[in-house]
Ligand binder design. Structure first.
Ligand SMILES: [Fe+2]
Length: 237
């Protein structure tokens, strides 16, 4: 996949600005993964260079997709195979602040540092089996919502301060600034709270959910996924 000079400049501009914001407001998990993946500050990374780092670290790989916004039914079979699809689309200089559709900056810079961390991939790997096993559209929607408000937009509290955990915060200047300046309502991440909330795809969030550790959110989500998968199994017996 070829990116033009101006597209690499978009990457560089986003990268510089986001690093400055994350210096203060990035979670320690993000920085831990970021130091391991070592993105180029000036160029959109190639799939090959990403896979050379991801594969030995956690067994995950990226694949290039031209689909602009994958549905969960397209997404989770890839996830189940430890494949993370990365779009070919990149925002333009006029859309630096917020892109409603995830672009290559979101998919790589936002997500992939975390995929260098075995404790994170153990968490990410909970979702696909439960989603693929579920038949009930409501359960599928609930699983997507738990994913959305954790690895896409979850807020990690460290030393009493909100830090970027979800990829949508890591990669979006606007969403993260809104959170750290107190303009987003932060509510504890619980199954009840999250399942009552609709996700905002085409606008910024007025409410997001926080947790104090990866272990905490993993336990919360796992308890829900285990309860729905044992309900499915007992129905099938
Ligand atoms: Fe994402």
């Amino acid at each position: 996949m070829h990116f033009s000079v101006s597209q690499h400049q978009v990457w560089q501009t986003l990268f510089d600005r986001q690093i400055r914001l994350l210096d203060k407001h990035g979670s320690s998990l993000f920085w831990d993964g970021f130091e391991r993946i070592r993105f180029s500050p000036t160029r959109v990374p190639s799939i090959k260079s990403l896979n050379q780092k991801l594969q030995p670290a956690t067994g995950w790989q990226t694949t290039r997709t031209s689909i602009r916004y994958s549905t969960a039914d397209q997404w989770y079979p890839q996830f189940a195979r430890r494949r993370f699809p990365v779009t070919t689309y990149i925002r333009t200089m006029d859309e630096l602040d917020f892109t409603p559709e995830p672009d290559v900056f979101h998919d790589t810079f936002g997500h992939l540092a975390f995929f260098m961390l075995p404790e994170f991939t153990a968490f990410a790997e909970l979702f696909a089996p439960a989603y693929l096993q579920a038949k009930d559209p409501e359960i599928k929607a609930n699983i997507q919502r738990l994913a959305w408000f954790s690895y896409e937009f979850g807020v990690l509290i460290e030393q009493g301060k909100p830090k970027a955990f979800g990829a949508g915060l890591v990669s979006s200047f606007g969403e993260l600034t809104k959170v750290v300046t107190g303009h987003t309502q932060l509510v504890p991440f619980s199954i009840e709270n999250v399942l009552a909330k609709n996700k905002a795809v085409y606008s910024m969030h007025d409410t997001l959910f926080f947790f104090e550790s990866l272990a905490e959110v993993k336990t919360t989500i796992n308890s829900y996924l285990t309860s729905v998968s044992s309900a499915i199994e007992s129905k099938e017996r």
